[in-house]
Design a binder for this molecule. Structure first.
Ligand SMILES: [Zn+2]
Length: 503
């Protein structure tokens, strides 16, 4: 039987891009180690390795600083003035100060636009929607230190990521890493989206640009080699847990490597003015690859334990599991001052009473699920594998409790259909309760509170129904809405109009 699946994000937006390649543009001719792979092995600059992992574990890879191309791509531009204009930045490119003012007291949600750049054949470089979603999942686990995930040991930075869309391109020039000029025209508004590119990158797993010097530039964004992107990409050991992206997003939000400057003073306030401008990451003599020492002890290159588990180190993906409190503060500072329009919401539950609605997708059950409960969210993430329930991040924001002008959103569950139903319509609610036995539709109470009509700052939440899947789908994303309407016949996904208004 043919099964339809609504892609959580509209996929395969094939853009016929005519892009002129400027061979001498910025970042052109990067001195990386070009590689190729065939049945005989993995080749880098003529040197043969048995396979890709053998190369990734080799001295040649480590000596070339292959983990991260950030230093190589640093623009050397002088610092821009902070956009906020209200007060001088506490986190410029050369120091940090007053980081305590950037405590994690609210949720900052960053919309991510993923650009999958493939070779002209449309095959090489392909990254599936599932892999994209898994990478967003890894970012959220790591930046939110979600309990029960590999990121749980870190600090919750209060920074969260929401997949806003995926674009795909078949473009040899952009794919082959010759110049960022080749990607001109692909970028979504860099002030409002984290542009995340997957492509071939010679010599490095990824790179990114600092907010202090490069925010808003045409190349501003995060670049990850497609072979190291997502949760458990094939043959990528030991860089196969999606942490290249976590590391590069750290740069994109203003963090540096803890080994910058070598064994420098870790005494305050010196440590705010040297190395990575953070005092709770110990100094480290040089990039650290692998993980623990052979004897299982923490390496101590500067007489203090090296921060070998830090995401901004060069250790194996499975070895790194944390940002520190001050890294979280420096990133939040950089977001506020240098990327002031990027985070969609700065309220979270602490200031304006609005809380994110978390969205899940089940490949198995062919339905989405939404909740505002942190516990429910964390339990689902901890309990189910990705193919049963995959976490898709924060979708929009609502009130968890009643507020002036809001109405309750009612939640039903069907044991029979294994689906939830949400409605603000009191008649619909009462009809369902009167019509169906509880094993068909059981009323579960009020899910959260929303606006029935447009009001200040709200946006419509669109509702779709699939007769085939017997499931509803909701989205705040106009692009997603339009893509569904244009892609699917009505019996697969029928647009039912605006369900309610939220933030
Ligand atoms: Zn780096």
């Amino acid at each position: 039987m043919k099964k339809y699946r609504y892609y959580a994000v509209f996929n395969t937006v094939l853009l016929a891009l005519v892009i002129v390649c400027f061979g001498t543009a910025m970042n052109a001719g990067l001195a990386g180690a070009a590689d190729s792979e065939d049945d005989a092995g993995f080749f880098v600059n003529g040197q043969r390795y048995a396979d890709r992992t053998s190369y990734l574990l080799s001295d040649a890879f480590r000596k070339a600083g292959g983990r991260c191309g950030f230093d190589r791509h640093r623009s050397g531009r002088s610092e821009r003035m902070p956009d906020s204009g209200k007060h001088p930045s506490d986190c410029p490119a050369e120091w940090s100060t007053n980081l305590y003012e950037y405590q994690v007291d609210s949720l900052l949600i960053i919309p991510v636009w993923v650009h999958v750049i493939r070779r002209l054949d449309g095959v090489t470089g392909e990254v599936s929607d599932a892999l994209v979603n898994s990478q967003i999942g890894v970012l959220n686990e790591d930046f939110r230190a979600i309990p029960g995930t590999a990121g749980q040991n870190g600090v919750d930075t209060g920074i969260q990521f929401r997949l806003a869309g995926i674009s795909r391109y078949n473009d040899d020039c952009a794919f082959s890493d010759k110049s960022n000029e080749c990607m001109k025209g692909m970028q979504k508004d860099p002030n409002r989206y984290l542009n995340l590119y997957t492509k071939y990158i010679s010599g490095y797993l990824g790179y990114a640009f600092l907010p202090q010097t490069d925010a808003g530039q045409f190349y501003d964004g995060v670049y990850i080699d497609y072979r190291y992107f997502g949760r458990i990409p094939a043959d990528a050991y030991p860089y196969d847990r999606g942490r290249s992206c976590t590391h590069e997003v750290g740069h994109y939000l203003g963090l540096l490597h803890p080994f910058e400057g070598g064994c420098v003073s870790c005494v305050k306030p010196d440590c705010y003015e040297n190395s990575d401008f953070i005092c709770d990451t110990n100094a480290q003599a040089e990039p650290l690859y692998g993980c623990l020492d052979a004897d299982g002890a923490s390496p101590e290159s500067c007489d203090t334990p090296d921060p070998y588990t830090n995401y901004m180190n060069y250790t194996d993906d499975a070895c790194m599991d944390r940002f520190t409190a001050e890294q979280a503060q420096r990133m939040r500072c950089a977001l506020i001052h240098y990327r002031p329009l990027l985070a969609e919401t700065s309220g979270g539950t602490s200031t304006d009473g609005r809380t994110p609605v978390y969205r899940f997708y089940s490949e198995q059950l062919q339905t989405h699920f939404y909740t505002v409960s942190e516990n429910e969210k964390n339990t689902i993430i901890a309990t189910f594998p990705d193919n049963v329930w995959r976490y898709e991040g924060g979708a929009w924001r609502v009130y968890a409790g009643t507020q002036t002008g809001t109405v309750p959103l009612h939640r039903f569950y069907s044991e029979h259909l294994k689906r939830h139903l949400f409605t603000i319509d009191e008649n619909e609610k009462n009809t369902i309760i009167a019509t169906f036995p509880v094993n068909v539709w059981r009323y579960e109470g009020i899910a959260w509170y929303v606006h029935a009509g447009q009001s200040d700052g709200t946006r419509p939440i669109h509702r779709f129904y699939s007769e085939q899947m017997r499931s509803h789908f909701f989205t705040i994303d106009e692009n997603e809405k339009n893509a569904i309407i244009s892609r699917f016949p009505e019996d697969v996904w029928r647009y039912e109009g605006i369900a309610y208004y939220a933030y």
